[in-house]
Design a protein around this ligand. Structure first.
Ligand SMILES: CC(=O)SCCNC(=O)CCNC(=O)[C@H](O)C(C)(C)COP(=O)(O)OP(=O)(O)OC[C@H]1O[C@@H](n2cnc3c(N)ncnc32)[C@H](O)[C@@H]1OP(=O)(O)O
Length: 202
């Protein structure tokens, strides 16, 4: 497997690869000033040269999408830490990473290039679009849908069957009781919209 993005998120992904004895061929980053991450030497991608079997290791959802669209690469299969519990009839897209102690329950559908961060919970029948980031300890109850690129903050909770739009942000610790439109930024308990915008948080 190759990884693209020498970030803090990359360090955790490299640990997961190590935990399952998955060999890392190369670590790439566009920033020539970066030389090393977690003991791996960083390469700069060569223009137009295809990189295969890639996990994009950038926490910011919009940047992850830009790299997926602009670079010549093929995605790796989803990367799953051995402590993760996955129920039946679950589908998980390419390039998605499941960090330690994640639980994904029956019939959940998860898109490509998502981050399911440490100990996040995705209950039965949830649907997550591509480039979603569920932060540590976030919990989605049954039947929740989350649109492309949305960031759910650490320790946030979403009650059953709520629909969250695309490129929205749910603040750390928020409790979401009602549907959330595209691009909304929501904080608090109960969650309230404080603004809209395309500024996407990592
Ligand atoms: C492994 C990892 O690290 S994964 C990454 C996990 N990251 C996270 O969980 C971060 C989630 N991000 C947040 O919670 C952020 O605070 C955001 C995105 C909701 C808001 O960030 P910004 O757009 O910069 O808003 P800003 O900091 O200006 O706050 C705006 C207002 O909302 C309030 N606010 C911001 N975040 C929260 C929150 N999580 N809960 C309650 N209120 C909040 C602020 O106090 C402020 O209130 P005020 O106007 O009365 O002073």
């Amino acid at each position: 497997m190759n990884i693209y993005g020498a970030s803090g998120h990359a360090k955790v992904v490299l640990d997961i690869a190590k935990s399952i004895n998955l060999e890392i061929a190369e670590v790439y980053d566009d920033n020539a000033a970066l030389k090393e991450v977690a003991g791996f030497r960083i390469q700069q991608p060569q223009k137009g040269v295809k990189i295969s079997n890639v996990v994009i290791t950038i926490g910011n959802n919009a940047i992850r999408k830009r790299i997926a669209q602009e670079k010549v690469l093929t995605l790796a299969a989803c990367l799953v830490h051995p402590s993760v519990q996955v129920g039946g009839a679950v589908s998980i897209g390419e390039g998605t990473v499941l960090m330690p102690n994640v639980v994904v329950n029956n019939s959940a559908k998860i898109g490509k290039n998502c981050i399911l961060n440490t100990a996040s919970v995705i209950e039965h029948d949830c649907e997550l679009g591509d480039f979603v980031h569920l932060s540590p300890n976030a919990a989605l109850a049954g039947g929740v849908s989350v649109g492309e690129g949305t960031h759910i903050g650490a320790n946030a909770v979403v009650i059953p069957c709520v629909k969250i739009g695309k490129w929205a942000v749910v603040g750390a610790g928020a409790v979401i009781l009602r549907d959330i439109p595209d691009y909304a930024v929501v904080v608090g308990n109960p969650g309230k919209i404080i603004k809209y915008g395309k500024r996407i948080h990592g």
